[in-house]
Design a protein around this ligand. Structure first.
Ligand code: GAP
Length: 513
């Protein structure tokens, strides 16, 4: 656990030190759970957006994009169920006066049991060496099975109690598990209460006529209310999808774990409209498609798992999370939800407008069913960033910090380094940059010894370093150094573009899906 915490602290400090993420309004001591993406962070974030957009919109003829407004008519949120049901169960500790999400306290308790499982696995792996079969061990070892059963029982009871709105039982569960407040260390808890997560604001100048609005808590509703506009103007035939990337806002009470749970964040969502009765098939197909997208980035198959929901949201008939192994354990990265016709039917009722599709093959009109994929952009950022940050022992006994961000997502693709600041080498470096910058973000660095510059670029996550030396003047060749292998090769300047393209082009990576 301490190890995990140390790793997480390193992730946070590295993100700041290397210009990826800053606390919002830091000069005023910051704003809790709100973050700014810095010079490198914004590039990584934009690259993730592009990787998602190309995979979802550009590569699917039947998916189109949308960019709807953050403000929506307030009835939207009545229809979607958010006004009545977008609540978190909260509990206060009377001694520390700290407020917690009751479900998160219970989940954290389960995470601790999970780390016990991991310890058992690591111990056994050491004992059995090469002969160790992890899958077999997990499914047969009595201690591991006991831990897993305990987790399942706890989560299933919590799911059922939340589903039935039985908040008394949620509190009973916290007491039975002897969960204490991390600050006061006591079990002096209040009752569990529901708290709505939407931020309210007002539209209009005068107090009497101002309209109460909400900042959208998800981007999906902008897609639902535009369903018919897009279908008609785009002449879309079912099945088809509408995708959108945009900000969402939630008044999160337990705001910790860095950018994992923020009050202002970004979602990348796609609503796929299907014929009623076919939703199960599409739900399975999107689960498969999305996990392939994740695996294509090479962050390690062992770092992903599906979690099928026991407790379904008010709109869903099936739901699963893709969980990722963050530095604080496996947590939700993306949700795939079979949302039935709940949203469109509800908007029909509240607006009095028909939101139906005429299916020429069936010769009938219906309200389509919807399968949604919804991923948090900031969580994806954290997954990529935390997974990529490694400390490596080198052969000479020294260590290096390297950010092995998948090359396709790296903020800067190459750094161009003149060996010395004279003899015309900086001019050649500038020429190379001027040639490459049309396709890629390239940086220039002439300060310090070249070894230190390599380390700096490793820590920044730059996949290539290109070094210009005196031989370059003679034969127009340079040294290209690869971030991950540290391998260096002498290549012609004229080959640089194709060498970089081959490793960073979205096409190469997306073809793995
Ligand atoms: N439209 C469905 C929906 O919003 P959700 O599970 O509440 O479903 C989808 O959110 C995704 O948005 C999550 O899987 C997560 O990645 C991201 N997300 C949710 N709340 C977040 C928060 N407070 N901070 C950062 N990301 C968040």
């Amino acid at each position: 656990m301490a190890n995990q915490e140390d790793k997480f602290k390193k992730v946070i400090s590295h993100a700041k030190e290397y210009g990826y993420i800053f606390q919002s309004s830091e000069i005023y001591d910051g704003l809790s759970a709100v973050y700014d993406y810095a010079q490198n962070g914004v590039e990584l974030k934009n690259n993730i957006k592009q990787y998602w957009w190309k995979a979802m919109v550009q590569l699917h003829e039947n998916i189109v994009g949308l960019d709807s407004a953050i403000f929506m008519h307030p009835t939207t949120w009545k229809a979607s169920g958010h006004v009545d049901a977008f609540n978190d169960p909260l509990i206060d500790n009377k001694d520390s006066k700290k407020r917690y999400r009751a479900d998160v306290l219970i989940e954290d308790y389960c995470t601790k049991i999970e780390s016990k499982i991991e310890k058992e696995v690591n111990k056994a792996a050491k004992r059995f060496g090469d002969a160790f079969n992890k899958q077999e061990f997990i499914s047969t070892n009595p201690r591991v099975l006991g831990y897993q059963e305990k987790i399942n029982t706890i989560l299933s009871r919590m799911g059922q109690s939340l589903e039935k709105e039985d908040l008394v039982d949620v509190k009973n569960l916290i007491e039975e598990l002897d969960i204490v407040c991390p600050v006061s260390g006591t079990k002096n808890w209040t009752e569990v209460k529901q708290f709505n997560l939407m931020f309210g604001t007002k539209l209009g100048a005068s107090a009497d006529s101002a309209m109460d609005l909400y900042l959208r808590p998800e981007t999906a509703q902008g897609i639902f209310v535009n369903f018919l506009n897009v279908q008609k103007t785009g002449r879309m035939k079912i099945p088809f999808g509408i995708a959108q990337i945009g900000k969402a806002f939630r008044n999160e009470i337990v705001a910790r774990q860095f950018i994992f749970r923020q009050r202002e964040f970004e979602q990348m969502e796609m609503q796929f409209f299907v014929r009623p009765g076919t939703q199960k098939e599409w739900y399975n197909s999107w689960k498969e498609n999305r996990i392939k997208w994740h695996l294509s980035l090479g962050l390690g198959e062992e770092n992903y798992r599906f979690h099928n929901h026991d407790k379904l949201a008010h709109y869903a008939d099936a739901a699963a999370d893709i969980e990722f192994k963050f530095p604080f354990g496996f947590k939700e990265l993306e949700g795939i939800h079979s949302r039935t016709d709940f949203d469109l039917s509800s908007h029909e009722k509240h607006s009095g407008k028909k939101l139906q599709y005429f299916d020429h093959e069936l010769n009938e009109s219906y309200v389509p069913y919807v399968v949604e994929t919804s991923i948090g952009l900031d969580r994806m950022f954290l997954a990529v960033f935390s997974n990529s940050l490694v400390e490596e022992e080198l052969e000479n006994g020294s260590t290096r910090t390297v950010l092995k961000i998948p090359a396709v997502l790296a903020p800067t693709k190459a750094a161009v380094l003149p060996l010395v600041k004279k003899d015309g080498l900086p001019d050649i470096a500038k020429e190379i940059i001027n040639d490459l910058k049309w396709d890629h973000k390239i940086t220039y660095d002439e300060k310090d010894a070249v070894g230190r510059r390599y380390r700096r670029q490793d820590a920044n996550g730059t996949p290539f370093c290109i070094t210009i030396d005196h031989q370059t003047i003679e034969d127009k060749t340079v040294t290209i150094r690869h971030r991950d292998t540290m391998e260096q090769k002498r290549v012609a300047i004229s080959d640089l573009k194709s060498i970089i393209d081959a490793e960073v082009s979205m096409k190469t990576w997306l073809q793995k899906i």
